[in-house]
Write a protein that binds this ligand. Structure first.
Ligand SMILES: Nc1nc2c(ncn2[C@@H]2O[C@H](COP(=O)(O)OP(=O)(O)OP(=O)(O)O)[C@@H](O)[C@H]2O)c(=O)[nH]1
Length: 352
């Protein structure tokens, strides 16, 4: 896993929560408040004798309530936002055709357009609002075939003020999305830096503990059995003492590269301490993890560190353990650490 993957991993963990809540609340507002108002108006119109308007209001009320209930049940599915946007097109067209109470229904077009833009979001809203405006324009321009009757001066004022309103609302929406995008990107970059080791550019312990294991615990089927391999460079102090700290740093980078190229894209190499690394093999049983660790041990042993005149053979010791379920992660890492200690004790350059 490289720094780009760390960023993607973090991104999928940190969604645009404010936008999700804003959309959701707007959908519920139109559904429950709007649906109730429409139900009350439908009843009023039954008594008033306007059965056509009462029928449409009742139908919309039921539709928006139904859409909201389904969106609760399948809350990961965006389709209900687009359906709400489509319902708004039908509502606005119907209000414009019938004229509502004393031909004053056009006032409702303004809030409904706002709701439509928020629930379907910026790009889709361009299409939705264009369709809505076209229909409204066609309806008010053909008053001879609709029940409503608007004065020409009201129609022109309505169309002009609605166009201005939509333009201003879109400008506001565009900058809200832009500023949130920039903020998210800045945050993500800061988080990526905080979760990456600056020397080797691989994930650090914080990434493991606060992001990776959380994801594994939430998706046990994809991650367990989860094998942990603790890797510790043998006699690293000697390298520092012989060649200096800078060369020691280069050795760590060299080792991180060997390990990174030896794993699959779904596995993870992280730097958890000075000369200690932790490799995670998700969905991998202990026997396989031991073989993979042995492969890396041989790879390190057969790839000496070279830098100018320096050619230094390297070896590492490995401790392996497997967590069968999410509750065992900490214990498995502790066991892998104990096994590493055993590997060091029994002569180093081996897998225990
Ligand atoms: N160059 C460099 N050295 C580091 C870094 N972090 C820790 N070290 C050094 O790593 C060395 C670790 O030494 P020890 O814990 O004695 O381990 P060792 O010499 O590898 O011996 P064994 O693990 O027992 O084989 C110390 O000298 C630390 O100063 C780092 O980021 N860069």
């Amino acid at each position: 896993m490289d720094s780009i993957s760390v960023r993607q991993f973090l991104k999928s963990n940190h969604q645009n929560d404010a936008e999700i809540k804003r959309r959701r609340l707007t959908l519920y507002f139109i559904s429950y408040v709007g649906g109730t108002i429409m139900a009350v108006l439908a009843i009023q119109n039954v008594f008033r004798g306007d059965h056509l308007l009462a029928f449409f209001l009742g139908l919309f009320s039921v539709s928006v309530y139904g859409n909201a209930v389904l969106s609760h049940l399948y809350n990961k599915n965006d389709i209900f936002y687009y359906l709400a946007g489509a319902l708004v097109i039908v509502m606005i067209s119907t209000i414009t055709i019938t004229g509502g109470y004393h031909n004053t229904g056009l006032y409702f077009v303004f809030p409904l357009i706002c709701i439509q833009i928020i629930v379907v979001q910026f790009r889709a809203a361009i299409v939705y609002v264009s369709v809505t405006m076209l229909l409204v324009f066609l309806i008010v321009s053909n008053q001879d075939v609709i029940p409503a009757s608007y004065r020409p001066e009201d129609v022109s004022r309505f169309l002009i003020s609605l166009s201005c309103f939509i333009a201003v609302f879109f400008i506001g929406e565009y900058f809200w999305h832009q500023s949130r995008k920039e903020m998210m990107s800045d945050n993500l970059e800061k988080m990526r830096q905080a979760h990456t080791d600056p020397l080797t550019k691989i994930p650090n312990r914080r990434f493991l503990e606060s992001v990776y294991f959380e994801r594994a615990i939430n998706n046990p089927v994809d991650y367990f059995p989860l094998s942990a391999v603790v890797v510790d460079v043998d006699f690293f102090k000697k390298i520092n003492d012989t060649y200096g700290h800078d060369v020691g740093d280069k050795v760590l980078i060299h080792l991180a590269q060997i390990m990174r190229s030896a794993i699959r894209s779904t596995d993870l190499v992280s730097r958890t301490g000075g000369e200690e690394f932790l490799i995670i093999y998700p969905a991998t049983p202990l026997s396989v993890a031991v073989k993979l660790a042995e492969k890396i041990r041989i790879e390190i042993e057969s790839t000496p560190f070279e830098d100018g005149d320096i050619r230094h053979p390297l070896t590492s010791s490995f401790g392996v353990a497997t967590a069968l379920a999410d509750v065992n992660v900490e214990a498995a890492i502790k066991l892998a650490d104990d096994n590493l200690y055993e590997a060091k004790r029994t002569g180093r350059n081996c897998v225990v």
